[in-house]
Design a protein around this ligand. Structure first.
Ligand code: NAP
Length: 307
């Protein structure tokens, strides 16, 4: 048990904050965890499941005397939350966030930041399709990356402390510049989500034609898309609206590649398809070798799907 911060305040009590609370307790990283959420319902659930040591009605109360404040709300809500808490932050405190996009968060937060408070962005590359305070669990961050994005001139000790904190939550940490972060995440997370949303939408249109066949015969590839496409609509709306440039850049490239594959299929160019799939197969092997996924049969699912 190594206490890294005396008091931490979690603003928003959903999947990410809930998991942070569990993992903080598991490792004894804070003396006190205070949490708050927008709705009375979420605050009551958090109390019922004893998620934090204290649940406050307002964010302003939660951040009082906190050494670390983490914004765990949708990106579109961060500016208003920051305005709310700014006058109540303890001098010397660190404010961080868990948003999936970084430039937009910096633009929302930095203008409100008091002079004696440091902002250091954070982004745990871990999640599920579930939301709300009951969905959190202590193992969510284990062996998953957390990207740390310090603001310009942020104190090196404060950055190290936050890195140690995420290490204590189970994560592997890497530092990144904000625009690079947003481009990387557009490639590995945001655009794949958009494609999954689209594919499931297309299948839904098709389902109206083919009754329930899309559901009954759904194979592993499609089922994986449906899991991703069940992700929280508010969170993902905000991700695309706030990472517009990088997502559009990657979508443009995606469309070009898709057209090339479409042409290869039309022209019967098997070599093109084979070469392409050989290249992508190597990427999958690299991901497994890096410990980022399992090569267990059926992606480690407990039981094989009915066919
Ligand atoms: P979540 O489970 O939906 O929880 C969101 C929390 O934010 C709830 O407590 C909600 O309060 C509160 N909230 C929502 N809108 C708000 C508003 N306008 N003003 C104030 N509070 C508001 O979300 P989550 O999955 O934990 O995501 C939180 C953040 O983590 C997002 O910025 C997201 O980009 C980032 N993130 C998510 C994942 C993921 O896979 N889920 C992964 C990495 C990073 P009520 O319950 O009272 O409505």
């Amino acid at each position: 048990m190594t206490v890294i911060y005396n008091k931490i305040a979690l603003i928003g009590l959903g999947l990410i904050a809930g998991s942070m609370a569990h993992a903080t307790r598991r490792a004894g990283l804070a003396t006190q965890i205070v949490g708050t959420a927008r709705s009375a319902e979420t605050r009551q659930i958090a109390k019922d499941i004893n998620l934090c040591d204290q649940i406050t009605e307002t964010a302003a109360e939660a951040v009082k005397d906190a050494d670390l404040v983490v914004l765990c709300v949708p990106i579109g809500a961060m500016e208003a939350v920051m305005k709310d808490i700014a006058p109540h932050l303890k001098p010397g405190a660190v404010v961080s966030d868990v948003g999936s996009v970084k430039r937009a968060v910096f633009e929302a937060v930095m203008p409100q930041l008091p002079e004696n408070v440091t902002f250091i962005g954070g982004h745990p590359m871990a999640g599920t399709e579930h939301s709300g305070p009951r969905s959190g669990f202590a193992e969510l961050f284990d062996d998953r990356w957390c990207l740390i994005v310090p603001s310009e001139g942020a104190d090196a000790d404060a950055v190290q402390r936050l890195t140690d904190f995420w290490g204590g939550l189970g994560s592997k940490c890497a530092q990144m510049e904000m625009d690079h972060h947003d481009l990387v995440c557009a490639v590995v997370s945001h655009t794949p989500h958009l494609i999954a949303y689209t594919m499931v939408g297309v299948a839904d249109d098709l389902a109206r034609v083919t009754e329930s066949e899309v559901v009954n015969f759904s194979a592993a590839g499609f089922r994986d898309f449906t899991r991703i496409a069940a992700s929280d609509p508010t969170m993902w709306r905000d991700v695309f609206l706030s990472n517009k440039d990088a997502t559009l850049e990657i979508l443009g490239r995606f469309t070009e590649e898709l057209f090339a594959l479409q042409r290869a299929i039309r022209q019967g160019d098997g070599d093109h398809l084979h070469d392409y799939f050989t290249r992508t197969r190597a990427i999958r092997r690299g991901i497994i070798e890096a410990g980022q996924d399992t090569d267990a049969p059926n992606f480690g699912r407990a039981s094989a799907p009915k066919s």
